[in-house]
Design a protein around this ligand. Sequence first.
Ligand code: SF4
Length: 121
Amino acid sequence: MTPVEVDPDKREIFGDTSIFLKLPNTCPFFRHQQGSERAYCTVHLTRPEICRDYGCWRLLILNHKGRRVGRIKYLRTLHSEDADLSDLWEKCVEEHKEPDDATWEDYMIRILNQAGYTVRR
Ligand code: SF4
């Protein structure tokens, strides 16, 4: 548990909880700016360490030693300096044109698990 405080300039948007109708599983501190697709962390100034470390990365990929070797940004963008992971991604994941994001994610995780990686959601 980490105490956080709503940023002074984001108190107004924090009061608007309509984001949960569209994104029910989003972070309790994430808010859309009304009438726009722009969104903010409303506790940015005091956000927890894990958020400072992981930023906006959606999924983390660990190798067999538990070391972080890749991160997935947006829906399907891999960022990694691990040559083996990048190669596997290029050959087995990028080529897989599954339109449904949840199905694609399950597939991607299965492929990486089979190669010894762990994906942390
Ligand atoms: S940075 Fe952390 S606290 Fe802020 S919206 Fe994202 S997950 Fe929530």
